[in-house]
Design a protein around this ligand. Structure first.
Ligand SMILES: Cc1cc2nc3c(=O)[nH]c(=O)nc-3n(C[C@H](O)[C@H](O)[C@H](O)COP(=O)(O)OP(=O)(O)OC[C@H]3O[C@@H](n4cnc5c(N)ncnc54)[C@H](O)[C@@H]3O)c2cc1C
Length: 389
C-alpha cells in the first residue's frame, strides 16, 4: 500500500474536524494537514445535518463554557470575514419555564455571574410580547439578545473550503479503518493507503467510541428527530416576530426535557416551515446500523409538545429528519490527549450541544495538535473524570 506523510491527520471531517482543519491551516500554515472523512463533506448522516443549531451565551453548566463561547463568537466572526459566508445569525433567544427549572434559573444565574445582557420577562409580559407561547401560569421568560442560530452544513462546508484553499488535503468517502501510534508518530490506514503523521486528531462524532475502543468510553449514541411544520398562523413564527426559543417541559404533562425551535426564515437553506425538536436523548442506537430517515411515530412526540406550548405552530407536517447525539455520561464534552499517546488528541461526547462551540473547539484542537497546548479553558472537559484506571 502506498504511504503518504503529513504533519497532522484529522480523522472525521464533520463539525469539529472541519473547524480543526480550518484553524490548523489558519494558525499553523506550515503544517501539512490531511483530513479523512467517511461520507460527504458536509454530510447528513452524522451530527451536523438539519439546517440550524442554537447558539447562546448564558451557559450555566460550568463557568468555563462562557469563556469558550466568548472566543467562539470571535471565531465565528473571523470565519465570516475570511470566507464571506454568514453562518451565524443573531435572532435573540427566549427560554421559558418555571423560575426554578434549569433552563431559566440556570440561564439567569449564568447571565448574572458573567455580566451578560439579558432580560427576565414576567408571565403577564410574556403573554403580551410572545403570544405564540402557551405556558403555565407560574412560568417566566429569560431573553438573551446575543443568542441566535448557526448553519451547520454551511459551517462545515465553509471551514473545509478555507482549509483546502489554505493547502490542506481533504479526502471524502475514505473511512479510516485503523490507527496506531508509537513514539515516532501515528499511522492511519484506509482502503487507499497508509498515512503517516506526527499527530492525529480524532473527531469522529458518533463513531468515536468505535475508534477509541481501548479507552472504553461510555458514549451513548442516540437517534434524534427534527420536525418542520407549516404554522396555522405563519406571521407569528417568522424571523422578527419569533426568536430562537426553548420551553422547559417539566415533568408534569407527560414530557420531559426541552422543546426548542427556530423562527421561520426565507434565508434558511433548509426545509421551509417552523423547525422544532425535543432536546432530550432519543433512542440509543449504533450509528452503523441506524437507518437514516424518519419512521412512523417520529412526528407524534414533537407535535404533541408543540400543540401544547405553541398551538398555532402545529399545522401540517412538512418534513422529518434524524441526526445523532453522542452523549457522554455527564453531558459534558470530552477533549483531551489520549492517555497513552501524546501524539493523539480526541474530542467527542458533545451530547447534543456542541455545535455553537465548533469555532473555538477547532482552534483548541489545532493548538493542541500543532503547538502542544492551548490558552482556551478546556481543562474541565478532560477524560480523566471518567477513567477508572
Ligand atoms: C438534532 C440535533 C440538534 C442539535 N442541536 C444543537 C444546537 O441547537 N446547538 C448546539 O450547539 N449543538 C446542537 N447539536 C449538537 C451538535 O450538532 C454536535 O455536538 C456536533 O455536531 C458534534 O460534532 P462532531 O464533530 O463530534 O460530530 P460530526 O459532525 O458527526 O462529525 C464527525 C465526523 O466524523 C466522521 N467519521 C466518523 N468515523 C470515521 C472514520 N472511521 N473515518 C472517517 N470519518 C469518520 C463522520 O462521518 C462525521 O462526518 C445538535 C445535534 C443534533 C443531532
Amino acid at each position: 500500500m502506498p504511504t503518504s506523510t503529513y504533519d497532522i491527520i484529522v480523522l472525521g471531517v464533520g463539525s469539529m474536524g472541519a473547524a480543526t482543519c480550518w484553524q490548523l491551516t489558519r494558525k499553523y500554515p506550515r503544517k501539512r494537514v490531511l483530513g479523512l472523512e467517511q461520507f460527504d463533506i458536509p454530510n447528513t448522516r452524522a451530527s451536523h445535518g438539519g439546517g440550524s443549531r442554537v447558539i447562546r451565551l448564558a451557559y450555566f453548566e460550568h463557568p468555563d463554557y462562557v469563556a469558550l463561547l466568548r472566543r467562539a463568537y470571535e471565531n465565528w466572526e473571523a470565519l465570516r470575514q475570511q470566507s464571506g459566508q454568514q453562518v451565524l445569525h443573531l435572532t435573540g433567544g427566549l427560554y421559558l419555564g418555571r423560575p426554578d427549572c434549569d433552563l431559566v434559573a440556570g440561564s439567569i444565574q449564568a447571565a448574572q455571574l458573567h455580566g451578560l445582557p439579558h432580560e427576565v420577562i414576567e408571565r403577564r409580559d410574556l403573554a403580551r410580547r410572545f403570544p405564540q407561547f402557551h405556558v403555565p401560569d407560574d412560568a417566566i421568560g429569560f431573553y438573551e439578545a446575543g443568542s441566535g442560530l448557526v448553519l451547520p452544513e454551511l459551517t462545515v462546508g465553509t471551514c473545509a473550503r478555507l482549509a483546502l484553499e489554505n493547502g490542506a488535503e481533504l479526502h471524502a468517502h475514505e473511512p479510516a479503518h485503523a490507527w496506531e501510534a508509537d513514539g515516532g508518530g501515528v499511522k492511519v490506514t484506509t482502503a487507499h493507503g497508509v498515512y503517516e503523521a506526527e499527530r492525529l486528531v480524532i473527531t469522529a462524532g458518533p463513531w468515536a467510541a468505535k475508534l477509541l475502543g481501548d479507552l472504553q468510553l461510555e458514549l451513548t449514541v442516540t437517534r434524534q428527530v427534527l420536525a418542520w411544520f407549516w404554522p396555522k398562523r405563519p406571521e407569528l413564527f417568522s424571523m422578527g416576530a419569533l426568536p430562537c426559543w426553548g420551553v422547559d417541559l417539566g415533568t408534569t404533562d407527560g414530557h420531559e426535557g426541552v422543546l426548542y425551535g427556530f423562527p421561520m426564515w426565507d434565508g434558511s437553506p433548509s426545509n421551509p416551515g417552523l423547525k422544532a425538536a425535543l432536546h432530550q436523548p432519543g433512542e440509543p442506537c449504533d450509528p452503523d446500523d441506524a437507518q437514516p430517515g424518519a419512521r412512523p411515530g417520529d412526528e407524534a412526540p414533537v407535535r404533541d409538545a408543540l400543540s401544547r406550548r405553541l398551538p398555532d405552530a402545529a399545522g401540517p407536517l412538512l418534513a422529518l429528519r434524524t441526526c445523532f447525539y453522542t452523549n457522554s455520561p455527564d453531558g459534558h464534552f470530552i477533549i483531551d490527549r489520549h492517555p497513552r499517546f501524546d501524539s493523539v488528541t480526541l474530542a467527542c461526547g458533545f451530547s447534543g450541544h456542541g455545535f455553537k462551540f465548533v469555532s473555538v473547539i477547532g482552534e483548541a484542537l489545532a493548538d493542541l495538535a500543532a503547538a502542544g497546548d492551548t490558552p482556551h479553558p478546556i481543562g474541565f472537559l478532560n477524560l480523566k473524570r471518567f477513567q477508572r484506571v
